[in-house]
Design a protein around this ligand. Structure first.
Ligand code: PMP
Length: 405
C-alpha cells in the first residue's frame, strides 16, 4: 500500500495553519498527538445527539451512549488482542493506569521487604507510583540500569531478580531515548521467576502493533491522546487472574454490586475498577481514533515514522556539536539531543518563533537526565502525519537561529 501522506494530513485540520506567520511544523507528537477530524466530529456528535450518563439504562440517549462506550471496549480489546473484554479497564490515561496497578497490586501482593524492579529509563509516571507503593508497603525499589547507548543492561536483570521480587516496571518505548525495549524477553524471564510485569506502553501503542496474548504481559498501560484521540482517557490492560484478585482502586458508583451500611460487594470486571462517571464523549472519540489508525494500518504508520527517524537522524548529525541521546538499533520515532553551546530551552523558544513545535526540558524522566549528567534536552518526535520536508524545515530554521547564539 502506498502511504498517502497528503490524504492523511488532510484529516488533521490543525496542521494546516500558520503560527507566527510561518507554516506550522508539529514535531511534538510524543507529548501529544494531534487529532483527526473524525475524532473531533465524534465528540461533537455525541454531545449534539445522544449524550447521557452511561450504564444507568434510564433512557434512549443513555442507552445509546452506553452501547458506544462498550463498543469502544471491544475495539480496544481487539486493538491489543486481549483474551477478554473484562481485561480492558478505562482510566484517564497511562498515568492513572499505572497508579491503579501500583496501588491495588501492591495492596494485595507486595509486603514488607519485597522488591520492585524499575528501569532507569522510565517516565516519572512509572517510577513515582512504585516509590509511593513501596513506601506504604515497606518494600524496596531496585533500579535496572541502561547503558550510554540508551539500551537496558539486560545481562544485569537475572542478578537483580530475587525471591523478594514481585514486579518489574518497564516501558515498551522510552519517550526520551526512543528505545524499543525487549519486553518479551523481560516478561519471559520474570514469569520464570513468578514475577509480574507492568509495561508502560504510552509511547509504543501508537507505533507498534500490540498483542497482549502473545506478549503474555500482566499489565499494559497507554493513553488516548498519544493515539490521535482525546486527552483524559486511557487504558489499562490487566490479566484477568490479577484483576480478579486485586482490590478496587477507587470506590463509588458503578464499581459496586450492592451497598449497605453493613458492607459492600463489588461489581464484576471490568467495572470493579471504573468508579464514577467516566469521560464519555472522549472515550467515544477514542474509538474513532482507533478506527482511523486501523484504516491506515499501524505497520504502515511505523514504516513511515521509521523512514523519518532515519532521515531525521542523518540530517541532525549535520549540525556541529550535536549529541543524540538514545542510539539503540531498535528505536521509535523520537530524537532527543543537545547542541554544544546552545541551551535546549533557548533552542526550543527560537525554533518555536519559526513555526516549529519541538519539546524541551527533562521530559518527565529525571533519571535519564541524571544518567547523561544534563539538565534537559531538546526532542523531536514524529507522528503519522510528519514529512521529510518538515525535518528540512527544522534544519533551515536552525540555520537561521544559530547565528543568534
Ligand atoms: N509514560 C510515557 C513513556 C510517556 O511518554 C507518558 C507521557 N509523556 C506517560 C507515561 C504518561 O502519560 P499520560 O500523561 O498520558 O498519563
Amino acid at each position: 500500500m502506498t502511504y498517502d501522506i497528503e490524504k492523511i494530513r488532510s484529516n488533521f485540520p490543525i496542521l494546516n495553519q500558520e503560527v507566527y506567520n510561518k507554516p506550522l511544523v508539529y514535531l511534538d507528537t510524543a507529548a501529544s498527538a494531534q487529532k483527526p477530524i473524525q475524532v473531533l466530529l465524534k465528540q461533537e456528535q455525541l454531545h449534539n445527539e445522544y449524550y447521557g450518563n452511561i450504564h444507568r439504562g434510564a433512557h434512549f440517549m443513555a442507552d445509546k451512549a452506553t452501547l458506544e462506550y462498550e463498543q469502544v471496549r471491544d475495539q480496544v480489546a481487539a486493538f491489543v488482542n486481549a483474551k477478554s473484554r473484562k481485561e480492558i479497564i478505562f482510566t484517564k490515561g497511562a498515568t492513572e493506569s499505572i497508579n491503579l496497578v501500583a496501588s491495588s497490586f501492591s495492596e494485595k501482593f507486595i509486603n514488607e521487604g519485597d522488591e520492585i524492579i524499575v528501569s532507569e529509563m522510565e517516565h516519572h509516571s512509572n517510577i513515582v507510583p512504585w516509590q509511593m507503593a513501596a513506601g506504604k508497603r515497606g518494600a524496596k525499589v531496585v533500579k535496572l540500569p541502561f547503558n550510554d547507548l540508551g539500551i537496558l543492561e539486560m545481562e544485569k536483570l537475572p542478578g537483580l531478580i530475587t525471591s523478594k521480587t514481585k514486579l518489574i516496571a518497564v516501558n515498551h518505548v522510552s519517550n526520551v531515548l526512543g528505545t524499543i525495549n525487549p519486553i518479551a524477553d523481560i516478561i519471559e524471564l520474570a514469569h520464570k521467576n513468578n514475577v509480574a510485569v507492568m509495561v508502560d506502553g504510552a509511547q509504543a501503542a501508537p507505533h507498534i502493533s500490540l498483542d497482549m496474548q502473545k506478549l503474555d504481559v500482566d499489565f499494559y498501560a497507554f493513553s488516548g491522546h498519544k493515539l490521535y484521540g482525546p486527552n483524559g482517557v486511557g487504558v489499562l490492560y490487566g490479566r484477568e487472574k490479577w484483576l480478579e484478585e486485586m482490590p478496587p482502586y477507587q470506590g463509588g458508583g458503578q464499581m459496586i454490586s450492592e451497598v449497605s451500611f453493613d458492607g459492600t460487594t463489588f461489581n464484576e470486571l471490568p467495572y470493579k475498577f471504573e468508579a464514577g462517571t467516566p469521560n464519555i464523549s472522549n472515550l467515544a472519540a477514542f474509538g474513532a481514533a482507533l478506527k482511523f489508525i486501523n484504516e491506515i494500518g499501524i505497520e504502515n504508520i511505523a514504516r513511515h515514522e521509521h523512514e523519518l527517524l532515519v532521515y531525521g537522524t542523518s540530517r541532525l548529525k549535520e549540525i556541529d556539536g550535536l549529541k543524540i541521546y538514545g542510539e539503540a538499533p531498535q528505536k521509535s520515532g523520537v530524537l532527543s539531543f543537545n547542541i554544544d553551546g546552545i541551551h535546549f530551552y533557548d533552542l526550543g523558544m527560537m525554533i518555536d518563533k519559526m513555526g516549529i513545535a519541538i519539546r524541551t526540558g527533562h521530559h518527565c524522566a529525571d533519571p535519564i537526565m541524571q544518567h547523561f549528567n544534563m539538565q534537559g534536552c531538546a526532542r523531536i518526535s514524529f507522528g503519522m502525519y510528519n514529512t521529510k520536508e518538515e525535518i528540512d524545515a527544522f534544519m533551515d530554521a536552525f540555520d537561521k537561529v544559530k547565528v543568534m547564539f
